[in-house]
Ligand binder design. Structure first.
Ligand SMILES: [Zn+2]
Length: 142
């Protein structure tokens, strides 16, 4: 049985699962997208910032790398499984790659929001501190 490493964060599984479902990785309630390809700036429910400065660079790398692997796989399958001409192979192959990259784009955005959330321990400390602060002020108000 695999042992969980001491450095692995307990946030990874729930965060990535929520992002796959298009939900906030922290509260699991707020939605990530206002439209299909439009990532919201922050969570409407808990205020977690989804769009950080330069944060979408990682998403672009994920999207590009996965799309390239897909394109190579499609070309190999077409080459091995069909006797199509080069023109037909490129037309079919490129069409599939374009459709795949449109399917992948929101998923890679969501995936990257989850990765940033799970790796951003400062963000969690900040959230915990402001939660404790609001609890403290709620108790002193009462
Ligand atoms: Zn949230």
């Amino acid at each position: 049985m695999a042992q969980k490493s001491a450095t692995s964060s307990p946030l990874w599984g729930p965060a990535l699962l929520s992002c796959w479902r298009g939900k906030c990785p922290r509260c699991h309630e707020g939605v990530l997208f206002s439209k299909r390809f439009r990532l919201r700036n922050d969570c409407e429910s808990c205020g977690l910032v989804f769009r950080k400065d330069g944060g979408m660079t990682g998403q672009m790398y994920v999207s590009a790398a996965v799309t390239e692997v897909f394109a190579i796989a499609i070309l190999v399958v077409i080459y091995l499984a069909t006797d199509w001409s080069t023109a037909v192979s490129l037309t079919v192959g490129l069409s599939l790659v374009v459709v795949f990259s449109y399917w992948l784009l929101p998923r890679s955005m969501a995936f990257w929001v989850g990765v940033e959330y799970a790796t951003d321990t400062a963000n969690e400390r900040h959230a915990q501190a402001s939660f404790e602060q609001s609890e403290k002020s709620r108790k002193t108000d009462a």
